[in-house]
Design a protein around this ligand. Structure first.
Ligand SMILES: Cc1ncc(COP(=O)(O)O)c(C=O)c1O
Length: 498
């Protein structure tokens, strides 16, 4: 990449300013060219970085640079040292965890966000950052088929959003915890919240952070499709009340991390209503699918949620980080978090037209994340976004069908979206320890080859491979190639072990 190796005017000894504008323009063009080439040729890199632990650290000097260095040599080191340590999430072969895409319009949005460098903590610290966030999230609300009004803010991650939701749920209790805390209060009941065994680990972490403790989370069993068992939920709430616990929230998931199962939100909402519990829905992955009107059923019941999360950085082609947090009760969220020292008081006044985003979470500083989401939504439009989600779901169903038709592979969960859970299970091989070792070796073999990156989970104790399609470059051709690679890997394993 480097063409220019000179030190620009800003790097001369007398200068105390920023990069020289001409140098910036030249390097910016170079970087943009690099990005365009990278995105075009992303398949030429091994998807999973082949670095060994410590490789990158050892290649970098232990001492900080004392003297200016040319941008040319910095960019050269980016390619030579940093790039080999990159796992290529933007590759069509990335189908581990949840496949994602930093799309063209999203990358352009990030570039402009970096250039503006605004901190959207208060309305006045950039009115456009606050107001675009409100407008963009109202557009997304409409795209998802959710009712008006719904207040939204963008956080870094779903993990933060779930923490904030649970903090708001705790604030809604008449226990004055914000002011008096929880420790050492003899009148304080022990708090309980509920989520399925399949809920994301961030649900448990939130309880740890909030002082509710791991014992405060009761994990509810799931049915044969990995959905929360609502009869058990009702039963354990009643048991807990009888034993003196104070139930306060239920977290339902639309698109669980392992299998993408969808909890029965309408029935869970009924239970929450009966017992006066806060309902939080984690739709970090599955929620985005509702931009396709034929998939809006996945959010059934979510209009009754107190808080709801959808992550555009998972399946709406928006670069990390961008996690949308919706609430029907912004006043409660604000009551949990707002704390305004004099130096942050808005002397221009307050009011609905002037929300201060710092009031809805722990962070004061906020990136201008709505800009990239706005660009993604406008560039693709709802129809374009829906068409892409539909294609991913089609590829997921197709892959599931190949697995179902194969005598050597078995699907281990339903496939409501574009994520397929399966394992090799050749006829006549039923020993669980051998099956686990076989599948681990197949996955390692596929990942080491560099074309694809798969990850795994455990379902009913069985090692399970996952194919999670979410990258805009992944095509049917890639899926066919992956299917062949998996079958070849199995054949090699069976041959070796004959
Ligand atoms: C269902 C679900 N919730 C929450 C998360 C956490 O997301 P984040 O990385 O935005 O915190 C994930 C991550 O995969 C997830 O699958």
């Amino acid at each position: 990449m480097p063409e220019y190796q000179y030190l620009d005017k800003a790097q001369q000894p007398a200068s105390t300013g920023d990069m020289d504008p001409d140098a910036f323009r030249a390097y910016a063009h170079q970087v943009v060219d690099w990005i365009a080439d990278y995105l075009t040729n992303v398949e030429s890199y091994p998807v999973l970085s082949q670095s060994a632990p410590g490789d990158i650290r050892r290649a970098l000097p232990a001492q900080p640079p004392a003297q200016p260095e040319s941008m040319g040599s910095i960019l050269e080191d980016f390619e030579r040292i940093i790039l080999p340590g990159i796992t290529h999430w933007n590759s069509p072969g990335f189908i581990a965890y949840f496949g994602i895409t930093g799309s063209g319009p999203g990358i352009l949005g990030e570039m402009l966000t970096g250039a503006l460098n605004v901190n959207a903590m208060l309305w006045r610290t950039s009115p456009a950052a606050t107001e675009l966030e409100q407008v963009t999230l109202d557009w997304l609300r409409q795209m998802l088929g959710l009712p008006h009004p719904l207040f939204g803010v963008i956080n870094d991650t779903a993990s933060s959003g779930t923490l904030y939701a649970l903090a708001a749920a705790r604030e809604a209790l008449p226990l004055h915890i914000r002011q008096a805390g929880m420790a050492g209060r003899s009148e304080m009941p022990r708090l309980r919240y509920y989520a399925s065994q399949e809920a994301h680990s961030s649900v448990e972490k939130a309880g740890i952070v909030l002082g509710i403790g791991q014992a405060g989370l009761r994990k509810i069993s799931v049915d044969d499709q990995f959905r929360m068992d609502v009869a058990q939920l009702e039963q354990v709430i009643q048991e807990d009340i009888a034993e003196g616990w104070q139930p306060f929230a239920v977290i339902a998931t639309v698109g669980t991390t392992s299998t993408t199962s969808i909890d029965p939100v309408p029935q869970i909402a009924d239970i929450c209503e009966r017992h006066g519990l806060w309902l939080h829905v984690d739709g970090a992955y599955g929620g985005s699918a509702a931009v396709d009107p034929s998939m809006q059923w996945v959010l059934a019941g979510c209009e009754r949620a107190d808080t709801l999360i959808v992550n555009p950085h998972k399946w709406l082609f928006t670069p990390i980080d961008c996690s949308v947090f919706y609430t029907r009760k912004p006043d409660v969220v604000k009551a949990a978090f707002s704390l305004v020292p004099e130096y942050l008081r808005n002397t221009q006044g307050t009011g609905e037209e002037m929300p201060n985003l710092m009031d809805y979470g722990t962070s004061l500083g906020r990136r201008f994340r709505s800009l990239k989401l706005w660009m993604v939504m406008r560039y693709f439009g709802q129809e374009g976004l829906a068409a892409r989600i539909r294609e991913h779901n089609r590829l997921g169903q197709l892959f599931a069908q190949w697995v179902d038709e194969s005598p050597n592979f078995k699907r281990l969960a339903a496939t409501p979206f574009s994520t397929v859970c399966f394992r090799a299970h050749p006829q006549g091989l039923d020993d669980e320890a051998q099956l686990e070792a076989l599948n681990e070796r197949i996955m390692s073999h596929v990942n080491a080859a560099g074309r694809f990156f798969l990850s795994h989970t455990k379902l009913h104790g069985k090692f399970t491979m996952r194919v999670a399609i979410g990258n805009l470059r992944t095509t049917e051709q890639h899926m066919r190639e992956l299917w062949n690679v998996l079958q070849d890997a199995l054949a090699v394993e069976l041959h070796i072990n004959k």
